[in-house]
Design a protein around this ligand. Structure first.
Ligand SMILES: [Zn+2]
Ligand SMILES: [Zn+2]
Length: 192
């Protein structure tokens, strides 16, 4: 879409593709790290974290674990932030044998323009449920996007065009207006 001489590339569509693209991308990040020594793995299980970095102090092996569902949710352009963040952990492990979210981590993260916080994602915290009796449209939503926050702002069922309710899966709480969302959010507090 943009002009210029960069060749457009398809975003990875397979796990293998994501791993090789991630390793390739990591090599382009300006961080003093032996990227070629890193192991890469995919986490299939729905976790709250988009990625993590594992370190084996005995072998010195560092594994960057990427969460497939998070990649699917974010898309490549956003997911590179997760990769950069994990590279900072890898850098700390490689250099210092430990890693956390301390000052050293933050300084390095800022230096390579990585997000300071592990981006979390949730596995379908929310679902939209069409209220039409003969419609089974029920997509999951991970984030409080506008159709979640303001279902009364003219949004409709993606299948039949009818009304839907938003349902917070863990609590079973539902709402269909922006006000209802605010109330639910407030009463759920940390359980959101
Ligand atoms: Zn982190
Ligand atoms: Zn419907």
């Amino acid at each position: 879409m943009t002009s210029g001489n960069r060749t457009a590339r398809e975003d990875p569509t397979t796990r293998v593709g994501l791993l090789s693209r991630a390793a390739e991308y990591a090599a382009t990040v300006a961080i003093d790290l032996d990227v070629a020594d890193l192991e890469w793995a995919i986490s299939e299980r729905a976790r709250r974290r988009a990625g993590c970095c594992r370190y084996d102090p005995d072998s010195g092996e560092i594994t960057v674990v990427l969460t497939w569902d998070a990649y699917r949710e974010f898309g490549w352009d956003e997911f590179v932030g997760t990769i950069r963040h994990e590279l900072v952990h890898a850098w700390e492990f490689q250099r210092f044998g430990e890693s956390g979210h301390g000052d050293r981590f933050y300084r390095k993260a800022d230096e390579i323009d990585a997000p300071r916080h592990c981006r979390s994602f949730t596995d379908g915290r929310i679902e939209l449920v069409c209220t039409a009796a003969d419609c089974d449209w029920r997509p999951e939503r991970h984030r409080a996007s506008r159709p979640v926050r303001e279902p009364d702002a003219g949004y409709q069922c993606g299948e039949c065009g009818g009304e839907y309710v938003v349902r917070h899966r863990a609590s079973g709480r539902t709402w269909r207006t922006a006000e209802g969302y605010e109330r639910a959010r407030e009463s759920l507090g940390d359980d959101w």
